[in-house]
Design a protein around this ligand. Structure first.
Ligand code: SAM
Length: 383
């Protein structure tokens, strides 16, 4: 055994960052918030696995008589379940369910787990926290500061859009995509928010999606489109954050397999992650191979009820927070124009390329229903 002096022993004990020890005072190890936070990068990340999705409540509800499932009481239970899942959204108003007197159903089907989280399917790697870019700012990030790593990273991802003339060089709050009130200033480009390892505070202007929904929304039965999402009594301004399209994060193969089933079944909740920025640098966009799909059928929140419109008032934007993997963004829903009180919230189910390249073809399966969005420029089909 090697004999080491007390001084050497202390030096040796100072080595491992994995336990978060920053320094020793009077021989006692001190864990500061900074050193604790840095050490978290080295621990296995915490995340939800799709195989652990709980479904006992749904199973129990589905064996009850229809008279119970279609009662006021069942509706109250549904609303309560939503409320319980909102503990990560301190400013989110409760969600109400209205059947509008259409049909017999008081609630949407008891077929999914209400959650704001992403649930990682088989073969999907855990969040990559080790490679997260984080700033060392104090208080609120200053977007103009050359020392803010998060501002720098956002600027890099905006560059192609600025070079293409799609965005001006600056705007209020740039290079962050939000203004000081958290309103989205630049639509259609990926968002990189500050994360758990950043030094800035919770009210940093680069933290919006992670602070949760603030606008009232309701789940309402429609005449021709099943259930939908409607604004509350307040007008929602353009650029407002609505929610995360939560659900199971699946490999493309699993998504494809489920898609075949849903096409026959007649309803689909799949969203393929194939944003434009993932194809940057490819000679031909068609060479891009999808890696992941989000499925909100078995798990999701109110956003799974967002219907399609050919003249949408919302858009889904890629948002990166706690996973450095560029192929695994969160799907953040934002308004792209002012939404009137009680207006239905919708996004377009078409990718840009499907519309521009005329891929809208008649298909046989039950999922290819005629579009009932009712807009003047309706294309007549959903997919
Ligand atoms: C993601 S779900 C939307 C929520 C769905 N309405 C429900 O009740 O669960 C997608 C399905 O809603 C229906 N849908 C959405 N938008 C529609 C539209 N514009 N016209 C007709 N049906 C629509 C289709 O059945 C589609 O497969």
């Amino acid at each position: 055994m090697d004999i080491i002096s007390t001084g050497d022993a202390i030096k040796q004990r100072e080595q491992p960052p994995s336990i978060g020890v920053a320094e020793y005072i009077g021989g006692y190890p001190i864990v500061t918030w900074q050193s604790f936070s840095a050490s978290q990068r080295l621990l296995p990340p915490k995340y939800h696995r799709a195989k652990d999705l709980p479904h006992s409540l749904q199973d129990r509800m589905n064996v009850l008589p229809e008279s119970y499932r279609n009662s006021e009481f069942a509706r109250a239970v549904f609303e309560e379940i939503i409320l319980e899942a909102m503990d990560d959204e301190p400013s989110a108003p409760p969600i109400k369910i209205y059947d509008n007197g259409i049909g017999q159903e008081m609630t949407p089907p008891w077929e999914f787990v209400y959650t704001n989280n992403m649930w990682f399917g088989e073969g999907v790697p855990p969040p990559d926290v080790r490679n997260l870019v984080s700033c060392g700012c104090r208080g609120k990030c200053d977007p103009k500061s050359s020392a803010c790593a998060c501002a720098k990273r956002q600027q890099q991802w905006l560059e192609p859009y600025i070079l293409d003339g799609l965005f001006p060089a600056t705007w209020p709050g740039s290079p962050f995509v939000y203004d000081s009130k958290g309103v989205l200033q630049r639509e259609g480009c990926p968002i990189f928010e500050c994360n758990q390892f950043c030094g800035c505070d919770e009210d940093c202007p680069n933290r919006v999606v992670q602070n949760g929904r603030t606008w009232p929304v309701n789940i309402v039965k429609t005449e021709r489109k099943g259930w939908g999402v409607f604004a509350g009594p307040k007008k929602i301004p353009r650029g407002s954050y609505i929610g995360i399209y939560a659900g199971e994060l699946l490999t493309e193969q699993e998504g494809e397999a489920r898609g075949l089933l849903y096409n026959v079944f007649g309803r689909t909740y799949l969203f393929t992650i194939d944003f434009h920025h993932l194809k940057l640098g490819l000679k031909n966009e068609d060479d891009y191979e999808n890696m992941y799909t989000v499925d909100a059928y078995h798990a999701g929140n109110f956003t799974r009820f967002l219907n399609h419109s050919c003249d949408p008032n919302c858009e889904i934007t890629a948002c990166y927070i706690e996973d450095a993997d560029i192929n695994k963004p969160l799907l953040a829903v934002f308004t792209i124009r002012d939404v009137e009180p009680w207006e239905e919230l919708c996004f377009s189910y078409y990718g840009d390329t499907e519309v521009t390249k005329g891929k809208l073809i008649a298909r046989e399966d039950a999922v290819y229903v005629a579009c009932s969005c009712g807009s003047a420029n309706c294309l007549g089909k959903l997919f």
